[in-house]
Write a protein that binds this ligand. Sequence first.
Ligand SMILES: O=C(O)c1cc(=O)[nH]c(=O)n1[C@@H]1O[C@H](COP(=O)(O)O)[C@@H](O)[C@H]1O
Length: 286
Amino acid sequence: MTTFPPPSFADRFQQRADERSPFCLGLDPSRDVLARWNLPDTVQGLSDFCERLADAAGETLAMVKPQSAFFERHGPEGLVVLQRVLKRFRAAGTLTLLDVKRGDIGSTMDAYAQSLFGKDSAYDVDAATFTAYLGLGALAKTVELARYHGACAFIVVRSSNPEGEPLQNAVGKDGRTVAQAVADGLRKLNDKAGRGLYPAGAVMGATLPPADRDVVERLGGALMLTPGIGSQGAGFGDLPKLFSGRERQVIPTAARSVLEAGPDVAALKRALEAHQAPSRSFREGA
Ligand SMILES: O=C(O)c1cc(=O)[nH]c(=O)n1[C@@H]1O[C@H](COP(=O)(O)O)[C@@H](O)[C@H]1O
């Protein structure tokens, strides 16, 4: 039986994070990772990668984040593998976030959102990533559709890569940086959605300097996905300087630093736990 309205993504995340850990595993089956796992760079190799990773994860993960690019690389058959792995993780009680960074004019965004959210959609994910370069207003209906389906739209506010800084810290007419303006707008979308629902989340790199605490504060109670841990140089020890006091809103995420432990399932399990344990400690303020 399905309930209506569905429980919010924020509530579902909190429950899973308490039970498992807040860590979100990135599924980035690049050419390099497939080669490391002794798999061919084909649809079959992609499929075997996903099965093995799902075997290693079992029912231990709160959340998984497939990067769409690595599936799109293989054309429509790659997207069928994506649909299958999403289904497999969903069956294991793991929340799914499709990292696809969509951003377009409103009418096109409607179509993207329809492909992502809801039981009858192509992907039926719990969350997805978006960019606001065409204006935060163009994402308003996407956030509304996410809310309707108990999902979450994670909007890039401050990315983990150094190339993002000049654009995101550019100062606008009103004296706010682009990132500050996006954060303020994101908070308004959550306020409009109603108390405690938080259908708009933020991407805030774990690599960012302490100056970005101001942006974190502007986000209010929004969930924050924090990539950049591991291969991009940030560690779990960097989280407090940006996010202390907001531990339960943080979703630490990493891909390569886990995947490089493969293809051995036991080694993958160890690498996963090596990311889950510090994620739990951070969440508990330890
Ligand atoms: O949205 C993301 O996940 C994301 C945002 C960001 O600011 N930086 C970032 O690296 N990512 C994604 O995180 C993944 C890389 O994770 P690592 O392999 O752990 O570095 C890629 O799929 C990126 O697209």
